[in-house]
Design a protein around this ligand. Structure first.
Ligand SMILES: [Zn+2]
Ligand SMILES: [Zn+2]
Length: 681
């Protein structure tokens, strides 16, 4: 039974609340006699009845009128004032995010809060048990290179207001030092700095380095490996302003920070800034929006910027939206860029996946006591197990994909859905005991190297060997201490780390991505190879990079050998302009998954027919097609691409379309979602 407003409460007495439910709207409640509410309560969390339970929500507004009949409104239960109110700029960011990516506003808001603050059942915060951080030894700032100084001067010249900078610098050129100087300048002005990184797992070195440089400023990290209690503690410290520096992964872009003065996005090209399930937002793009709203500078850094950012920074005809800053050489004197060379595998045959020139290069490193790194972006022993007698192959029962052979623990695993079984002793169809492993993953490469170099200490670094931050830290320490001669790894090894004794990098089988159907594949391949090449010879020793390829004349490899990102980017952008791909068009993808593909495609066809094309002349709706991995985890998936030359027209169309789609009938088991600016096509 709802309470009626007493005469003593003037107004407002309607409380508008954001709740974690999949609806694109807020919910109205009544203030109760026991819980008077004022305009000043906007931003507090609140406990309200919802259905037969209670939920935690956030007060977004107060009002004197409601669109719903007042006698149907329920009263709020409690206002939770244990955490300071969420600030206005935080609301703006969440609302922009929900609007641009077409998500449910309440879900967006609540999902950004630490679990302990958004659910009733969440564990009470444990007593603050801070990890005994080693007393940071105050580190003295190194002298700047001319390029670093110029970059800093350019940023300084823009003052404290909004400007987006793209800091382009090869691996080892000292981007981090520029970040540190910018953070220092921000702290001196009494403001907070937010540093976003793609994967916190790989950046304990960065955390240590920042802590050492600013021993007096509280630094907190926010990432998925933190326990609920620590995450909540760190988030509160940022929100209260006590933490001056926040280092976090994509979700940290939403951290409320009362005196935010700077945002940095390191490795801005990295696809992990894009959330791949639920609300598919780009933390990098939101960082730029947030900086604009807060009128502060944002710095995007990368050795291989995303082509979107590069186009924004190089533009044409002086219409650059971002200011480009370049760091040319390497910051450590004498550390030249590694020499990159192709080995033609049509001439030099592969033996267990390795050519003689690569093997002898490894041998000479072993003789000199230097490290080698072999890059193969495929984990497991072999991508498929098969029977030559009857043609059986190790299909995943739930996906349109093969089960990968993992010999280390004798299992077959699906890398898409996680399905796994023990290794069969014989062919399940015909009983043949002689099953063959086809193709090559990191485990097989490791085995071949052990046979070839029995005296060498070999370490494998991939998600199987270094799945947790702890495992990774142990491996990284072993590598840094020179306890490994040969490293075998996936792109995990390519990121962020500095191994001073590493002088040889071999890319074992990079060709597959050259001709992939995904038109973004070359961009990703170039970035990966550039990054992994950047591991070689970062200290005083010269590095060498060898690429095993059947296409030694391919322009991508040629640009790589010249260390010519700009040339590569210009060529790719010209192609994209000609083919009408992003960033020259704007896209959204409607996807559906169901028990069978017919249902998925039928829904997408209904969705396409639900709007009249004449009403939206600037919009192209393509025909629904099955996704490239058409079946995953027993669901069959289709997609429909929407395209426009105008971002505004696309946004307008999507808003109208979603209102229709939400009422489209479909089988109960079918799920659909919309992704704006999709990275997978
Ligand atoms: Zn068989
Ligand atoms: Zn599977």
């Amino acid at each position: 039974m709802a309470e009626t407003p007493s005469d003593s409460i003037d107004a407002p007495w309607i409380v508008r609340v954001a709740l974690d439910v999949p609806l694109r709207r807020y919910f109205d409640y009544l203030a109760s006699a026991t819980e008077p509410i004022s305009h000043d309560d906007i931003g507090y969390r609140v406990r309200v009845p919802f259905g037969r339970q209670s939920k935690i929500g956030i007060i977004v507004a107060t009002d004197t009128v409601s669109e719903r009949p007042v006698d149907q409104l329920k009263a709020i239960e409690t206002v939770l004032r244990d955490v300071p109110r969420l600030p206005t700029d935080w609301f703006r960011l969440a609302e922009f995010c929900a609007g641009y990516y077409h998500g449910a506003i309440g879900q967006v808001m609540l999902a950004t809060l630490p679990a302990a603050l958004r659910s009733l059942s969440a564990a009470k915060a444990r007593s603050a048990k801070r990890r005994a951080s080693c007393p940071a030894e105050a580190q003295i700032a190194p002298a700047l290179t001319a390029d670093q100084q110029a970059a800093l001067n350019a940023i300084e010249a823009h003052g404290d207001g909004f400007k987006a900078f793209l800091l382009h610098g090869v691996t080892g050129s000292g981007k981090t030092e520029v970040y540190l100087r910018l953070i220092e300048r921000t702290l001196v002005r009494g403001r907070q700095a937010l540093l976003l990184v793609p994967e916190i797992n790989l950046t304990p070195q960065l955390e240590t380095r920042i802590a050492a440089r600013f021993p007096d400023a509280r630094l907190v990290s926010l990432h998925s490996e933190l326990g609920d209690a620590a995450r909540s503690r760190h988030w509160r410290a940022a929100h209260s302003g006590e933490a001056r520096i926040v280092l976090g992964t994509r979700l940290a872009v939403f951290t409320p920070m009362p005196v935010l003065g700077l945002i940095i996005v390191d490795e801005e090209h990295d696809t992990s800034f894009k959330q791949q399930d639920g609300l598919r937002y780009s933390a990098r793009d939101l960082a730029v929006y947030r900086a604009r709203q807060n009128d502060i500078p944002v710095v995007l850094g990368s050795a291989t910027p995303s082509l979107e950012s590069w186009a924004n920074a190089t533009g044409n005809g002086g219409r650059e939206r971002y200011h480009l800053l370049s760091l040319g050489g390497r910051a450590v004197p004498g550390a030249g860029l590694p020499a990159i060379r192709c080995i033609d595998t049509r001439v030099d045959r592969l033996h267990d996946g390795l050519t003689i020139p690569l093997l002898s290069a490894i041998e000479s490193r072993l003789a000199r006591g230097e490290q080698s790194l072999l890059f193969l972006n495929r984990r497991g022993y072999a991508p498929v197990l098969a029977c030559a007698a009857c043609g059986w192959v190790s299909h995943c029962p739930a996906c349109a994909a093969n089960l990968v052979l993992h010999l280390a623990d004798r299992r077959l695993r699906c890398h898409h859905c996680g399905h796994q079984t023990t290794l069969p002793r014989a062919c399940p169809t015909c009983g043949n005991q002689d099953l063959g492993a086809f193709g090559r993953g990191t485990q097989r490469l490791e085995a071949a190297l052990r046979e070839r170099f029995p005296q060498a200490r070999i370490l494998r670094v991939d998600r199987d060997a270094a799945g947790t931050r702890r495992q990774w830290e142990m491996l990284a320490t072993q590598i840094e201490n020179g306890e490994a001669d040969i490293l075998v790894g996936t792109q995990m090894l390519a990121k962020g780390h500095h191994f001073p004794q590493l002088t040889l990098v071999g890319a074992v089988a990079p060709d597959a991505a050259l001709f992939a159907a995904d038109w973004r594949a070359p961009e990703r391949l170039f970035a990966q190879l550039m990054q992994v090449a950047g591991r070689a010879g970062r200290a005083e020793r010269h590095g060498e990079v060898l690429l095993q390829t059947r296409y030694p004349d391919h322009p991508l490899y040629a640009a790589l050998a010249r260390h010519d990102y700009a040339g590569f980017a210009a060529e790719q952008l010209a192609e994209r302009r000609q083919s009408g791909f992003p960033p020259y068009t704007f896209q959204a993808m409607l996807r559906a998954e169901a028990e069978n593909i017919a249902d998925s495609l039928a829904f997408l066809n209904t969705a396409k027919r639900a709007v009249s094309a004449e009403k939206y002349p600037q919009i192209i709706l393509y025909d629904p097609v099955p996704m490239r991995l058409a079946r995953r985890a027993r669901l069959e998936r289709g997609q429909l691409l929407v395209e426009s030359l105008s971002r505004r027209a696309l946004q307008h169309f999507l808003a109208d379309w979603l209102n229709i789609l939400e009422h489209c009938k479909h089988p109960a088991h079918l799920r659909w979602h919309l992704e704006v600016d999709p990275l997978e096509c």
